[in-house]
Design a protein around this ligand. Structure first.
Ligand code: PEP
Length: 249
């Protein structure tokens, strides 16, 4: 049985003071939510404030990216040991906004994932098809290519520490959520790819989250699907009451 993982991606929103205020409202609403692991991925500079505010609660803190080397002359980059050192436990890797605006490749996703694992961070690796790929009937091929270009090159031991987020690009920040059926088909396809590469047992234990305009009113329908093991939530995670209603669907 896979435990649900409900992760918030704050993207480039909230300053340190807003971070603390968020947790004051959010934590009491999720103290009893033992049905799910709960993660908030904050902007780098707010991770210490988020870790301090969430201390002693069941909410863990993550980052939204990580560089693949531990240290060096790489101006502007942040490494796995730096993130782990300030108390981050998770990291989003390969988000479509990184792929689209910062030309993130599957190769870079692989290197970042390996670096995160070496630092003891738990990666949430995102993949998903673009609108033109879906409309052209190329969804499965797009997912296959992303999987084989990156994740499938992890060892089995590495892969078992990874959660995957299926995030169709056409659903992110657009208000268009995938239906439970569309998400289920994609998750089944991904689980099949995992099974072929890593075997039945690993496939059965891998958490595959859905992400793309998740809101409180349709979370129940998505989470009712046995293939869907949680959600990666952008916009709706910025409000503590709205994210708590998603967590508690
Ligand atoms: C995301 O940032 O991963 C995401 C799915 O965003 P939104 O929920 O706003 O579509």
């Amino acid at each position: 049985m896979r435990k649900l993982l409900m992760a918030g991606n704050w993207k480039m929103y909230k300053a340190a003071g807003e971070t603390t205020a968020y947790f004051e409202k959010f934590l009491p609403l999720v103290t009893a939510s033992s049905h799910a692991d709960i993660v908030i991925c904050a902007p780098y500079v707010n991770i210490p404030a988020a870790v301090a505010a969430a201390a002693g609660s069941r909410v863990e803190i993550g980052a939204q990216n990580v560089f693949w080397l531990q240290e060096g002359a790489y101006t502007g980059e942040i490494s796995g040991p730096m993130l782990a050192g300030v108390g981050a436990r998770w990291v989003i890797i390969g988000h479509s906004e990184r792929r689209q605006y910062f030309h993130e490749t599957d190769e870079a996703v692989l290197k970042r994932t390996q670096a995160a694992l070496e630092s003891g961070l738990r990666p949430i690796v995102c993949l998903g098809e673009r609108l033109e790929e879906r409309e052209g009937g190329g969804t499965e091929e797009a997912l296959r290519a992303q999987f084989h270009g990156g994740l499938a090159r992890l060892s089995e031991q590495q892969f078992t520490r990874v959660a995957i987020a299926y995030e169709p690009v056409w659903a992110i920040g657009t208000g268009k959520t995938a239906t439970p059926e569309i998400a289920t088909d994609a998750h089944r396809h991904l689980r099949g790819l995992i099974e072929t590469r890593y075997g039945k047992q690993v496939a059965a234990q891998t958490r595959i989250l859905y992400g793309g305009s998740v809101k409180a009113d349709h979370t129940k329908g998505l989470m009712a699907q046995t293939e869907i093991d949680g959600a990666l939530v952008g916009g709706a995670s910025l409000d503590p009451v709205s994210f708590a209603s998603i967590v508690n669907f």
